[in-house]
Design a protein around this ligand. Structure first.
Ligand SMILES: *[C@@H]1O[C@H](CO)[C@@H](O)[C@H](O)[C@H]1NC(C)=O
Ligand SMILES: *[C@@H]1O[C@H](CO)[C@@H](O)[C@H](O)[C@H]1NC(C)=O
Ligand SMILES: *[C@@H]1O[C@H](CO)[C@@H](O)[C@H](O)[C@H]1NC(C)=O
Ligand SMILES: *[C@@H]1O[C@H](CO)[C@@H](O)[C@H](O)[C@H]1NC(C)=O
Ligand SMILES: *[C@@H]1O[C@H](CO)[C@@H](O)[C@H](O)[C@H]1NC(C)=O
Ligand SMILES: *[C@@H]1O[C@H](CO)[C@@H](O)[C@H](O)[C@H]1NC(C)=O
Ligand SMILES: *[C@@H]1O[C@H](CO)[C@@H](O)[C@H](O)[C@H]1NC(C)=O
Ligand SMILES: *[C@@H]1O[C@H](CO)[C@@H](O)[C@H](O)[C@H]1NC(C)=O
Ligand SMILES: *[C@@H]1O[C@H](CO)[C@@H](O)[C@H](O)[C@H]1NC(C)=O
Ligand SMILES: *[C@@H]1O[C@H](CO)[C@@H](O)[C@H](O)[C@H]1NC(C)=O
Length: 625
């Protein structure tokens, strides 16, 4: 049977290029952490991804619903698992928050697997699994999915989960998965006792006050303004902080969500093999749509799992290498409407738990591995084109992509309750060609490859609905820099990448008065250094690697700002034979800091050889913005 989505080249990051015995890309690109249990004394069995606290963390849900309990054994080639969905009968919306909980456990030998969760074809979670150990591991993913509320309130939908796995004599790990939804209702919130530590909170400048909506009690800053609800809570043990983001900083969920996705037999994602392989969905939107945002989900696999470290084909060809990991190191997902480019996004380089050195990711997985980021494109300026009563083709593709990418998207639409038809016109479309500079210099296996890409795009359009005539201006700037250096006859490799993106959305009235302004900035620096040496035994190799990467977001909506900075550094070595890690040692350190106008949360963890050594959280991390 063909291994479709399962071709995770786990460590082939450098081995395929460097090792004489691995120089054939026909070798299956799969590695396992086959470390003997004696080398992982006291390793943690709970795996974690550091994430910012959810707004609902300290609240008690009004109700919860177990949607699926499933064992993913030998599921390769099978369609996704599907179960019916209806909201819990006596817990109907509207909800203040909805949280998806994904619990998993696994024991044995197994590769990391990619997982998609869809409700009626709308993707609500892209996650990947942790590689298990002989004694077994488990983990929990919690994701705020409030933005999909319009779906959760519907009955008789289908929830689908794709997790292609292989189970045989060698790969023994079965992934046990439970998926639940937690609903937080307006009237039924019971604040956890942790919030009642009034004395402590006064000290911090926070008070407990009743507020206008039906939330019984909520922590509010003394300088409370009706438009900015920020609140914070504290666990007296100092261990677990839950910073509550402003409810108003998260906009109202869309009224309607339409998937741009496949038919579901192989999962609803499109499998994109190359740049020409653009997949599309025909969509006719309601005539009273006044706002449209396309949310893109993406993951990269096969020869593009480590796209940011792929040299140009000329290097591979002239050195007679057999790897398929080429085509240079620039990629972006792009979106078209009726074949016309309307936006693009360079994705954050998520590393799966088997990637580069799997010992780095136990028990703290790489940034985004349990909850891959999705990317929003504001398409409101294109409503003039879309609101003609016809269906339009929404396409998704990958610039310079090689097999394979799993991409789909959700079109979030807001409808005007005051009219059945709004008027709209697209007035500005400014998309200069991508500015791409490539520099390539090599002699045999040593060399330097650089790519610099940038672009600034502008789109505007007005929408005239029952609330008035508003013009939306979207400006998107992107800067991408990548360099790959091979030294020591190709045995040493250095990858440095910087991605910067800034999106500004301004909404103006008829009289050119600024009504709303949102700015969103992202930075994703990444550095990887690997040296490969012959290992202690025949057919083994020693790999010494350092990685540092970060995901930094700053967003402001009106006067409210939030920032997340999340940085991870790992270093260590491993001895590899064929596809198995025989021994090794690794350290990972990570700090996540979240700041908004009312407070701050910071968590630092340090892990070594599978053990969590430190886990410190604080709310005294920095001055609010
Ligand atoms: C593992 O834990 C045991 C009991 O807690 C302790 O005695 C031992 O020193 C630990 N071993 C290592 C390698 O940390
Ligand atoms: C799923 O739920 C069942 C029943 O509550 C429980 O026994 C099992 O351990 C859960 N599985 C995971 C992976 O959490
Ligand atoms: C959902 O399906 C059930 C059984 O087919 C049916 O009785 C019910 O009316 C449906 N509900 C909605 C809202 O369509
Ligand atoms: C690659 O193969 C060609 C043809 O066999 C040979 O002429 C060339 O020297 C080889 N190049 C390297 C770098 O081994
Ligand atoms: C659009 O604008 C015109 C004039 O500005 C106004 O009369 C009309 O009611 C608006 N249309 C809608 C759907 O509100
Ligand atoms: C809406 O506003 C834009 C910009 O001010 C203007 O060009 C357009 O004619 C207006 N549309 C309507 C229907 O009034
Ligand atoms: C090394 O690998 C080759 C090819 O797979 C095999 O023929 C040879 O026996 C291996 N040597 C050792 C010592 O494992
Ligand atoms: C990895 O980082 C350590 C500590 O900063 C340094 O000593 C070592 O040389 C680095 N290794 C590589 C391969 O860059
Ligand atoms: C935002 O800040 C500006 C200047 O500080 C102030 O004039 C304005 O009223 C504020 N807006 C809101 C919505 O708080
Ligand atoms: C955690 O806090 C302790 C005590 O303050 C400190 O010694 C340690 O270095 C901290 N660890 C990390 C990873 O920040």
């Amino acid at each position: 049977m063909e291994f479709r989505s399962l071709v995770h080249c786990l460590f082939c990051f450098s081995l395929i290029l460097f090792l004489p015995f691995a120089s054939s890309s026909s070798f299956p690109d799969r590695y396992l952490k086959s470390i003997p249990p004696s080398l992982r004394l006291n390793a943690s069995d709970e795996y974690i991804e550091l994430t910012k606290p959810l707004p609902s963390d300290e609240l008690t849900p009004s109700c919860s619903l177990l949607l699926l309990q499933e064992d993913f054994g030998h599921t390769i080639g099978l369609p996704p698992v599907s179960v019916p969905y209806s909201p819990p009968p006596d817990c109907s919306g509207p909800w203040t928050h909805v949280v998806l909980e994904f619990l998993a456990s696994c024991q044995g030998e197994q590769y990391d697997r990619i997982v998609g969760v869809w409700l009626d074809g709308v993707e609500i979670l892209r996650t990947s699994t942790a590689e298990p150990t002989e004694s077994g591991i488990f983990w929990k993913v919690r994701k705020d999915v409030t933005r999909y509320s319009s779906l959760f309130s519907q009955s008789n939908l289908t929830l689908s989960v794709m997790l292609e796995n292989v189970v045989n004599d060698v790969f023994t790990g079965i992934y046990h998965v439970n998926i639940s939804l937690l609903y937080y209702g307006e009237n039924k919130i019971a604040i956890s006792p942790l919030l009642e530590d009034q004395k402590y909170n006064r000290k911090l400048g926070f008070a407990i006050q009743p507020i206008r909506n039906n939330l019984e009690r909520i922590m509010l800053p003394y300088d409370y303004e009706a438009k900015k609800l920020g609140f914070i809570s504290k666990d007296p043990s100092g261990k677990k902080w839950g910073l509550q983001e402003s409810q108003l900083s998260d906009e109202k969920p869309a009224d309607l969500i339409i998937p741009v996705s496949g038919d579901g037999d192989d999962g609803f994602w499109f499998r994109i093999q190359n740049e020409a392989d653009v997949h599309s969905t025909e969509i006719q939107i309601p005539l009273n749509t006044y706002r449209a945002v396309l949310e893109i989900y993406v993951s990269f696999h096969g020869n593009d799992e480590f796209w940011y470290s792929n040299p140009p084909d000329s290097y591979i060809k002239l050195n007679n290498l057999t790897t398929g990991r080429g085509n240079g190191a620039f990629r972006q997902v792009f979106v078209t409407i009726d074949g016309v480019f309307v936006g693009s996004e360079v994705p954050f380089p998520v590393i799966f738990t088997g990637g580069i050195n799997p010992l780095f990711w136990e028990p703290v997985v790489a940034i985004g591995a349990f909850n891959l980021p999705s990317y929003d494109l504001d398409l409101t300026p294109f409503l003039g084109l879309l609101l003609d009563g016809n269906s339009h083709s929404f396409g998704l593709g990958v610039t310079d992509g090689i097999p394979f990418w799993l991409v789909d998207a959700n079109l979030h639409l807001w409808l005007d309750p005051g009219t059945s038809v709004v008027q709209a016109k697209s007035v500005r479309y400014h998309v200069p060609p991508l500015s791409v500079e490539r520099h390539s210099k090599f002699k045999q296996l040593d060399g330097l490859f650089k790519i610099e890409v940038e672009r600034k795009m502008k789109f505007s359009g007005w929408v005239n609905g029952s609330a008035g005539n508003f013009t939306t201006h979207v400006t998107k700037e992107m800067e991408f820099k990548n360099s790959i250096k091979f030294k020591k006859n190709g045995m040493s490799k250095e990858v440095k990448q910087k991605i910067k993106a800034k999106t500004e959305v301004r909404v103006e009235s008829d009289a050119q008065e600024l009504l709303a302004r949102t700015i969103f900035k992202r930075k994703y620096p990444l550095e990887i250094t690997t040296s490969t040496l012959p290992g202690p035994d025949d057919n083994t190799s020693l790999s010494i690697t350092n990685i540092s990467h970060s995901l930094n977001d700053i967003s402001s909506r009106g006067n409210f700002s939030t920032s997340v900075s999340n940085s991870q550094e790992s270093g260590g070595w491993m001895v590899v034979q064929d596809h198995s890690v025989l021994s090794g040692s690794a350290n990972t350190r990570q700090t996540l800091t979240y700041i908004d106008d009312y407070g701050c949360f910071s968590r630092t963890v340090a892990a070594s050889n599978g053990k969590l050594l430190e886990d410190n959280s604080t709310a005294a991390c920095a001055q609010p913005l």
